[in-house]
Design a protein around this ligand. Structure first.
Ligand code: 1PR
Length: 550
């Protein structure tokens, strides 16, 4: 098998990248010291998280001079995400930490007054000068997750000989990919961008991308470029969620509850078994799911942490599913069966190494938020959210919220953030607040969703998975009032969850709220609708969705 070298310097999910490379028929050889860079012919620099963190790790380990030498020698080089950002001279994310300076200019942060930041989801990488640059296609979508970007200025980089592909988020057009000579880099994650991304990786690996570029070097941009690229490219994300637990026979199954009760209504009350996790994840990927989320809803007691069954599920899923994978459940400091303490960060690390892109924290986030308010909104850096987001970046930490409605007759009846509801309570109460719960809804706390989501945003969470116990499994549509309240309270993206029963519910939540993504479970598992049908419906109604490329 032909080889490509991959730099192993930074925390993050490189398993998916390895899988994507192997899927293209190449073998990965690791570069684990600066001296080994010289062995590389083709080299990939992956990167996630914080610019300063990545660059200072590269710098202190002595990687920057050999990497520059590799690039200057004209050998093939590909940077991914922070691997693209590293090529620039600087970033506002850490002004004290210089980049490689291969491309002049500094990255800045997306403006967040009218849109969520980080920018998470599927967007364009359109290159007007070279429309099929490194396998890119003008109508394909690519998976991005970042808060900082290089703002596109017409002609600026092209004049320096770079071919530039862009995406547009809100009214900001940013650099999505760049190429010149032997250097190619993407802000998006090709290894998470389905078939469209695999094609881009192949164009780097087999040299066809660089060859085509040398035959058709960019010649400057003409007048219509701004109009062409300045249209919002971010799609509506549709996510499939699999609640996984062991059934009474000890098998790991996908289950689904009604208001979190996952047992059959029949006399035996067995755990509802809707299928096998890895197979179902693959099915949803092939139906066009933009992400797949696994929630481990049993604790797998008596099992050594390193043998957690979800690790194997992730490993197998990431071999065939090239979209982002999130794993939730049990991410907290714990004690292993042999008495060893295992931190939430260590558990998250195992999940990332097994193929997860994000971890989702539920109960532990509620407890951390309570402590945060008790300490007068002070952060000490010791919560799971802070530690994992520091090591892997905010985008890697999702907080899963399991709220329940509490009805009150008037706003003054509670200290909590209320909402006037169109579905009054049992005694005609016109207001409600949403109480956070822990342990899969078994314990309700005196903390509302606004308090929780604001606290975890301050701690460094990158996204909220917003469930609703009242709506879960009801097929009656999302709780629009809950979603609106949370969206108004925070800047980070929100995934609406619970209650989806048909494609119209997805349309409704995207039209009636500013949610960033929407998630379904039961309607997909029961085979009532496919992900594809949901996306077709959204597309027919004029919403931008990613088309699945087989
Ligand atoms: O507290 O960090 O160990 O995390 C536990 C995780 O497991 C949390 O994310 C929590 O939401 C989840 N969980 C715990 N118990 C259950 C249960 O169902 N008994 N599942 C559970 C939550 C809710 C959704 C569901 C949507 C959509 N599942 O994710 O998929 O409500 O369903 P629908 O479209 O069929 O209505 P920790």
């Amino acid at each position: 098998m032909p080889k490509v070298h991959l730099l192993d310097y930074v925390a993050g999910n490189v398993r998916s990248l390895v899988n994507a490379i192997e899927k293209n028929g190449y073998e990965v050889e690791w570069v684990r010291s600066p001296e080994e860079v010289a062995n590389a012919e083709k080299l990939i620099l992956p990167g996630v998280g914080h610019f300063g963190h990545c660059l200072s790790q590269l710098s202190s380990a002595g990687y920057i001079p050999p990497l520059r030498a590799h690039i200057d020698a004209g050998k093939p080089f590909m940077g991914i995400c922070v691997g693209l950002q590293a090529l620039f001279a600087a970033s506002a994310e850490d002004p004290n930490c210089p980049g490689f300076g291969v491309i002049p200019g500094a990255l800045d942060r997306f403006e967040d007054s009218v849109k969520s930041v980080p920018h998470i989801g599927w967007n364009n990488a359109s290159c007007p000068t070279n429309p099929t640059l490194y396998g890119l296609q003008p109508d394909s979508k690519y998976y991005y997750v970042h808060s900082y970007k290089y703002p596109y200025k017409k002609g600026e980089l092209e004049e320096l000989g770079w071919a530039v592909a862009t995406g547009t988020y809100g009214d900001e057009t940013f650099v999505g990919a760049v190429a010149k000579g032997n250097v190619f880099a993407t802000q998006f994650h090709p290894e998470k961008s389905g078939v469209a991304g695999l094609r881009v990786i192949r164009a780097f690996l087999d040299g066809s991308g660089a060859k085509a570029l040398s035959e058709h070097p960019p010649r400057g941009v003409d007048g219509n470029v701004e109009e062409m690229i300045a249209q919002e490219g971010l799609t509506r994300r549709v996510i499939a969620c699999l609640d996984v637990r062991t059934n009474d026979q000890g098998d790991l199954v996908v289950t689904k509850g009604d208001q979190y009760d996952v047992r059959e209504k029949s006399d035996d009350r067995s755990v509802r078994n809707l299928g096998k996790p890895v197979e179902m994840a693959k099915k949803y990927y092939e139906q066009g799911a933009d992400e797949v989320t696994f929630l481990n809803i049993t604790s797998f007691r008596d099992c050594p942490v390193a043998d957690l069954p979800m690790l194997e599920i992730l490993r197998r899923t990431s071999e065939t599913v090239f979209v982002p994978l999130t794993i939730g459940g049990g991410i907290r400091d714990t004690v292993d069966v042999d008495g060893t303490k295992v931190s939430a960060l260590e558990i998250a690390t195992m999940y990332f190494k097994s193929g997860a892109d994000k971890v989702s924290i539920g109960s532990d986030a509620v407890i951390a938020a309570e402590e945060y308010y008790k300490a007068g909104k002070t952060l000490y850096g010791n919560t799971a959210i802070e530690q994992i987001s520091k090591a892997y970046g905010n985008q890697a930490v999702v907080v899963s919220v399991d709220p329940k409605r509490v009805y009150v007759p008037k706003q003054e009846a509670t200290r909590h953030a209320t909402t006037k509801t169109k579905t009054p309570g049992p005694k005609g109460e016109e207001y409600c607040w949403y109480a956070c719960t822990i342990k899969g809804g078994r314990e309700t706390r005196d903390l509302d969703v606004v308090e929780l989501t604001q606290a975890v945003e301050a701690m460094g969470a990158g996204e909220i998975l917003l469930n609703c116990i009242d709506k879960d499994g009801t097929n009656s549509g999302f709780d629009l009032e809950l979603i609106t309240q949370v969206k108004e309270a925070i800047k980070i993206p929100v995934i609406a969850s619970s209650g989806a029963g048909n494609p119209g519910h997805f349309l409704e939540v995207f039209q009636e709220t500013t949610t960033d993504a929407a998630l379904g479970a039961g309607m997909f598992h029961r085979g009532e609708y496919t992900v594809q049908q949901v996306k077709d419906h959204l597309g027919e109604k004029g919403l931008t969705v990613r088309k699945f490329e087989g």
